[in-house]
Ligand binder design. Structure first.
Ligand code: PLP
Length: 484
């Protein structure tokens, strides 16, 4: 690594990316190329001799960029946003440039301390109870790469806590509860930690509760399991579900979880960002009854991929499930080991890990709490505007309440006849909008109905992009045959 080459080539990459961000809203959000379009352009083997960065960047421009779905386009409204920002990028560059590996405190003391400080900062911004903070009352947080990893770790901690009571054979009796709106990661995580597949309960939700769980339905399932000799292990409450942005009642579920010694996890992967605004904090009322909480700054918090905050009330429950102490990692220096020292290798699956705290710290320093609250509120306002337009138009149904910045809608059944025909119409509407390249949305199915999801939250999305997208919806609705 020669510092001069490093400076020159990094500048070239930054200039390339600055051009990309300047032009990205002129690109079709989703490419219309056929599968294999890039593969056909690539040689079968890597070059024998290295090539100049300019040549490589030119190929990125001509071969790769045209076949990308542009997640950073201001007209990208699919899935959930995956924010990039100047501060997020600066933090990522610092992290990549320093390239330290903070798996234990001794492996990079400042990185461990920054991580512990920054997860406390985030927890305070979101109004989490003190019990999840290092500085509060014995809890603490860690930065994972994804909610999926975080969930596996909490499931392992819950499993081991229960098995210390039941003995190892008890694993066949453990049951995990989630709703039909919970993220699929809970199902996958339960399998990974050895929960019998038939002991994963998917509790139905309905429109009457806004697609949130009701504690009665969970209680019925739990009591039936207890009556048949099974052991409730783990309950997932989601604040901002993936399909519809629904919210589960954290306090009610927390009380139920306590009564049955279940681990309660609050998954706020997307909507956790909104919880920094006091007007949204009622959604986590009762979080003091939870064992763990997670959210993804890489979604809607201006933090480039990847970054997931996981907080636990009992770090010991996590570390007793995950810690290993091989000789090659034992600590022969002073001041690195001992009680109270955080060794993040014992809070996660992987050993090696990037310096994610740098990224989140730069974001928080650069934009501050007030800046982030204003950012989130802007998107919520845009989503509300879009929702109002849908309602005023009369042809559309808003499927679930717009609690944050996700709007879920569909053309209503009208003269089109049966449900299949209406689904077909909505499917065609989504395909037509995405094929136009002028916006990108994704879909969901609830109560057997095909629903279009418009997730506002791009770092470069402005009101005019949302207004243009509303024009697109109307235009394409007419094109696919919705009656005026
Ligand atoms: N939970 C919810 C509510 C989500 O919306 C998502 C992703 O969209 C996840 C979990 C998974 O997050 P990750 O991709 O970080 O594993």
């Amino acid at each position: 690594l020669d510092p001069e080459t490093f400076a020159g080539e990094s500048r070239a990459v930054i200039n390339f990316l600055a051009d990309y961000y300047r032009d990205v809203d002129t690109y079709p959000v989703q490419p219309q190329d056929l599968p294999g379009c890039l593969r056909a352009l690539l040689p079968d083997a890597p070059p024998e001799n290295g090539e100049p960065i300019d040549v490589i960047l030119e190929e990125v421009r001509t071969h790769i960029v045209p076949a990308l779905t542009h997640w950073q386009s201001p007209k990208f409204f699919g899935y959930f946003p995956m924010n990039a920002s100047t501060a997020g990028f600066a933090g990522e560059m610092l992290s990549a440039g320093l390239n330290i590996v903070p798996f234990m405190r001794v492996a990079s003391p400042a990185a461990t301390e920054l991580e512990s400080a920054v997860v406390d900062w985030m927890g305070k911004l979101m109004g989490l109870p003190d019990r999840f903070l290092f500085s509060g009352g014995g809890g603490g947080g860690v930065l994972h790469g994804s909610t999926c990893e975080a969930v596996v770790c909490t499931l392992a901690a819950a499993r081991d806590r229960a098995l210390s009571r039941l003995g190892h054979e008890g694993i066949l009796r453990l049951v995990v509860y989630a709703s039909d709106q919970s993220h699929c990661t809970f199902q996958k995580g339960a399998r990974i930690v050895g929960i019998t597949r038939s002991n994963f309960r998917v509790i139905p939700t309905s429109a009457s509760s806004g697609y949130g769980l009701t504690s009665d339905s969970v209680r019925d399932a739990v009591e039936a399991d207890v009556a048949s000799g099974l052991v409730p292990l783990y309950l997932c409450a989601t604040v901002g579900t993936t399909g519809l942005g629904a919210v589960d009642p954290v306090r009610d579920l927390g009380e139920l979880a306590r009564r049955h010694s279940m681990w309660l996890h609050v998954d706020a992967a997307y909507a956790g960002s909104a919880l920094i605004c006091p007007e949204f904090q009622h959604h986590i009322d009762g979080a003091e009854l939870a064992d763990s909480v997670s959210m993804n700054p890489h979604k809607w918090f201006l933090t480039n991929m990847d970054c997931c905050c996981l907080w636990v009330a009992s770090p010991a429950a996590l570390t007793s499930a995950l810690s290993t102490n091989p000789e090659y990692l034992s600590n022969v220096t002073d001041g690195g080991a001992g009680a109270g020292v955080v060794d993040y290798k014992d809070w996660q699956i992987a050993l090696s890990r990037p310096f994610r705290a740098m990224k989140l710290w730069v974001v928080l320093r650069r934009y501050g709490g007030a800046g982030m609250r204003a950012y989130v509120r802007r998107h919520v306002e845009m989503a509300k505007w879009f929702e109002q337009e849908l309602k005023a138009d009369g042809r559309f149904e808003v499927v679930a309440p717009t609690r944050f910045s996700l709007v879920t809608f569909r053309l209503r059944p009208g003269h089109e006849g049966d449900g299949d025909a209406v689904d077909g119409l909505n499917r065609r509407l989504l395909v037509a909008m995405n094929a136009s390249g002028r916006a990108f949305m994704t879909h969901f199915v609830v109560d057997g109905k095909f629903v279009i999801r418009m997730a506002v939250g791009g770092a470069m999305t402005e009101m005019r992009h949302v207004q243009d997208t509303w024009e697109l919806v109307r235009e394409k609705a007419e094109e696919v045959g919705a009656l005026p």
